[in-house]
Design a protein around this ligand. Structure first.
Ligand SMILES: [Ca+2]
Ligand SMILES: [Ca+2]
Ligand SMILES: [Ca+2]
Ligand SMILES: [Ca+2]
Length: 437
C-alpha cells in the first residue's frame, strides 16, 4: 500500500467534494449525537486550543449538556440548571467526547475523556419519573468504572467504533502524557518510562468492556492529539491514523497509521504507506474526496503556537481491487443527518456482515456523515438493514449494487442512486499550502 501526499490547491478549495466533511475547527472539541432522539440541536464550540463545549438538544427541553474548562465558558450559566437535572453539570478538563449506544438499549450514551482523572461513561437512563414521559428530564449515570473504561488517567481523543464487526461498539481512548520525546524512544527500546499508552476496549455485549490493548498490538506510546478512523484498503476492517506530538516544538515524532488485521490486531503501516510526517498532528479526516471509491486522508498539522507552521496534508489513495458501497441516510422523523442510525450490511461471496453507525468519527477529527463501506472481495450485496434512532424501526433495503453510491430517506422504501462526479487532484503547492485549523 502506498498513499501519495499532495497539497490542496485553490482549485479544489473552490469546488469542495460532495462528501459532507465538517471542518476540523468545528469538530475538534465536541461530538454530536441525538441523545434523546429529538430532531433538533443547538451546539456551540470555541475553536481555541483550550477546550470548551456546550451541546444542547432543544426540541423538548429534555436534555442539555455543557462542559467547560478554565475561563472558557459558553452558555454555561444558562444551561447549568438543566444539565444538573440530567446529572450532567460537569466541570472537568474534558479532552474528548464520543457518543454511541454501547449497551444497545436504544438510547445513545456519552463517553468523556478527561485529562488528569478517571474518564466517564455516561449511560443514558432515559426520561426520569414514574411515567417515563419523553418530556421529562433525561438522566445519566457514570458507568465507567463498572464497565472497565475509566483509564487512561491522562487521556485525549477517543471514539466508539466496531473494529471487529460483531455489532457492538468498542472504544479507543488515547493516552497523552510524556516527560519528553525520550519516552518515545524508551518505549521502542523496551526501557521503563512513565508515558501514557492508549486503551482499546472491546465491548463484551453485557455492559462491560475488556482491555485488549496488548493483544491488539497497541500497547505502545503514541502521544496522540488528533486522529480518526476509516478503511484505507476497503477490506471492511476499520483502520486509524494517529496525529501525534504536542505544542513543544521539540516533540518531533512521526504520526502513525495502523491497519486493522481482520479485527484481531493492528499493523503499523506508517512507513509502508508514507504517513510518518513529523509535525504535530491535529485534526484527521478520512473520506473519499475524489469519488473514486477509496478513502483519502486529510491531516491538519501544527497550529497550537504561532511559529508551528507546516502545510496540511492530503494523502490521495491510489486505490485497490476491493469493492465498496456508499450510503447517505436522511432522517425524517429521526434527525435529518441520521446521526446515530446504524446499518447492518450483509454480503455474499464469503458470507459476511458489517456494522456501521452514522457519525463524525473521532473526537479530534471528522468524517463524512455518508457511510463509506469497504466490502473486500464481496460478490453481491444481499441486504442492508437500517436502524433509525427516533422510531426504533429497522428498515430492510435490497437492490444495492457493488461500487455504487445511494441515498436513502427514512420515509422511502427504495434507495436512490447518487451519481458523484470524479475529481482529479492537482498536485504541488502552488498557493504555498493549506494552513487552516
Ligand atoms: Ca444506551
Ligand atoms: Ca465490536
Ligand atoms: Ca481496512
Ligand atoms: Ca478516493
Amino acid at each position: 500500500m502506498m498513499l501519495l501526499p499532495c497539497a490542496l490547491t485553490s482549485k479544489i478549495n473552490a469546488k469542495p467534494p460532495s462528501a459532507r466533511i465538517a471542518s476540523t475547527a468545528a469538530s475538534t472539541f465536541f461530538c454530536i449525537g441525538d441523545i434523546s432522539s429529538c430532531s433538533r440541536w443547538a451546539a456551540r464550540c470555541c475553536s481555541s486550543p483550550a477546550f470548551c463545549c456546550s451541546v444542547r438538544c432543544c426540541s423538548s427541553s429534555s436534555f442539555c449538556f455543557a462542559a467547560r474548562w478554565a475561563e472558557f465558558i459558553i452558555a454555561w450559566d444558562a444551561w447549568k440548571p438543566c444539565a444538573a437535572e440530567s446529572r450532567l453539570a460537569l466541570e472537568k478538563y474534558v479532552k474528548g467526547v464520543a457518543s454511541a449506544d454501547f449497551d444497545r438499549d436504544g438510547r445513545p450514551d456519552l463517553y468523556l475523556s478527561l485529562m488528569g482523572g478517571h474518564n466517564m461513561l455516561l449511560r443514558n437512563e432515559g426520561p426520569a419519573g414514574p411515567d417515563r414521559s419523553p418530556t421529562a428530564r433525561w438522566r445519566f449515570t457514570d458507568a465507567a468504572t463498572a464497565a472497565g473504561v475509566a483509564f487512561p488517567i491522562a487521556s485525549f481523543p477517543c471514539w466508539f467504533w466496531d473494529y471487529d464487526n460483531d455489532g457492538w461498539d468498542d472504544l479507543l481512548v488515547f493516552g497523552y502524557f510524556i516527560q519528553n520525546s525520550g519516552d518515545i524512544a524508551a518505549d521502542y527500546l523496551g526501557l521503563p518510562h512513565q508515558a501514557e499508552r492508549p486503551r482499546l476496549y472491546h465491548n463484551q455485549g453485557d455492559g462491560t468492556f475488556a482491555d485488549v490493548t496488548r493483544e491488539a498490538g497497541l500497547h505502545t506510546v503514541l502521544h496522540t492529539m488528533g486522529c480518526n478512523f476509516g478503511d484505507l484498503d476497503n477490506d471492511g476492517w476499520l483502520d486509524f491514523y494517529a496525529g501525534t506530538g504536542d505544542p513543544d516544538l521539540a516533540t518531533l515524532i512521526p504520526s502513525r497509521m495502523f491497519r486493522n488485521d481482520r479485527g484481531r490486531a493492528f499493523q503499523d503501516v506508517t512507513t509502508a504507506g508514507g504517513f510518518g510526517q513529523l509535525q504535530k498532528g491535529h485534526g484527521i479526516a478520512f473520506g473519499d474526496l475524489d469519488n473514486d471509491g477509496d478513502q483519502e486522508v486529510y491531516s491538519t498539522v501544527g497550529g497550537v503556537v504561532e511559529s508551528d507552521h507546516y502545510p496540511n496534508q492530503l494523502f490521495e489513495n491510489p486505490g485497490n481491487t476491493n469493492r465498496w458501497l456508499k450510503l447517505q441516510l436522511e432522517g425524517v422523523t429521526s434527525n435529518r443527518s441520521a446521526i446515530g442510525a446504524r446499518v447492518k450490511l450483509a454480503t455474499s461471496g464469503g458470507e459476511r456482515v458489517l456494522h456501521r453507525t452514522v457519525g463524525t468519527g473521532g473526537s479530534f477529527g471528522s468524517a463524512p456523515l455518508r457511510l463509506e463501506f469497504g466490502l473486500g472481495d464481496a460478490e453481491r450485496i444481499v441486504r442492508a438493514e437500517v436502524f433509525w434512532p427516533m422510531t426504533g424501526a429497522t428498515q430492510s433495503v435490497s437492490g444495492l449494487e457493488l461500487d455504487r453510491a445511494y441515498a436513502l430517506r427514512e420515509d422511502e422504501s427504495a434507495p436512490r442512486e447518487l451519481r458523484l462526479p470524479r475529481i482529479t487532484f492537482a498536485t504541488g503547492a502552488a498557493d504555498g499550502g493549506h494552513h487552516h485549523h
